[in-house]
Design a protein around this ligand. Sequence first.
Ligand code: NAD
Ligand code: FE2
Length: 391
Amino acid sequence: MSEFSFQTVPSLTFGEPAADALASMVAGVGARRLMLVTDPGVRGAGLVDPVVAALETSGLTVAVYDDIEADPPEAKVLAAVEAARAFGAEAIVGFGGGSPMDTAKLVALLVRAEQPLSEMYGVAQVDRSRIPGGRLPLFQVPTTAGTGSEVTPIAIVTVGAEIKLGVVDPILYADGAGLDPRLTTGLPPHVTAHTGIDAMVHAIEAYTTKLRKNPLSDSLARQALQLLARGLPRAMEDGSDLSARGDMLLGAMLAGQAFANAPVAAVHALAYPIGALFHVPHGLSNTQVLTPVLRFNAETNPGLYAELADLLVPGQAARAGGSADRAAAFIDFMAQLTADCGVDPRLRAVGISHNDLPKLAEDAMKQTRLLQNNPREMTYEAALAIYSAAL
Ligand SMILES: NC(=O)c1ccc[n+]([C@@H]2O[C@H](COP(=O)([O-])OP(=O)(O)OC[C@H]3O[C@@H](n4cnc5c(N)ncnc54)[C@H](O)[C@@H]3O)[C@@H](O)[C@H]2O)c1
Ligand SMILES: [Fe+2]
């Protein structure tokens, strides 16, 4: 018998219009003044204003804060906290992709905090005795099918010019999340591809993680991969295909539940410096290092990747036979999916050159929170070789 523990958000809706889901969740905590954290892209796509109008009709006072950028810098997070204090927010809603949802978590946490954000980075560093009154009620509405942030206790912030750090603490689990696939039908194809592959990486890394892998995270990761592998090509073909968008949103959320409990590893560790130094979108940076990291891991630990081949490409897996060949079939499948989505995963395609690789490898090695989960020990030399293969 192996012990494990599992946590997730206490309340979820899928398919209900976001405004209705939010209105009942907010009513449940008795809040009247709501701050909705979003970004200009989401607002510009026309997704925010109808929801705000509906919430106001139901008697709530709503402030929209949209000065959030991708890979939120610390200063933007702190500015949002000030805005929430000035408004007198009683509850916070994250409305958007991972960037607004992560920011919303920290706003809800920091509004009443005496502990500074700079002391909260890392795992379980939040000191509840220094948050008198606790965090504000927090609700999440994802508009990308990617990060799964709506169900994770993680908020990623860009600190200084070039490092991404995470606050990871159960206090960041939202009180509720409303998943409405209609909000994702307008996602541009490249965002669909990047965020969709990010979600698949969450499931792959959760399934193969060294620490805290468990039967629940395994089931969630497998179901997530099946939904995403089925939904992503269809959503790429026709963005308005609601059934494909639904598969993706559900898949991304299940992958989020999986990796919230069985954490991600070297793909994310090597992706973060690319995002921080070169402002490459999170999902694209994951895609850039995905196959080289998987090949590195599968060299010594092919078994679990072989199981994923059995799940996603059973025909090829049966022909391949042994674990190493089945693992290779799975990695080839991910490479082909990336190509089919029209994503160029080469680092040089975003202007990264050979000279940049040592700095990337150096920074990747600082992601110890993630690297400790990798099925194979990562070294500076191995990271450098992986970036070279990704160039
Ligand atoms: N908390 C977690 O568990 C977790 C996990 C993975 C990544 N992250 C973090 O999340 C961030 C990335 O999040 P993301 O990939 O969702 O991207 P994002 O939130 O940065 O959004 C990317 C772009 O898509 C636009 N967009 C979002 N929804 C849209 C819609 N429905 N229609 C049109 N445009 C839309 C946004 O305006 C933005 O320009 C990074 O900071 C990453 O580090 C967090
Ligand atoms: Fe991710």
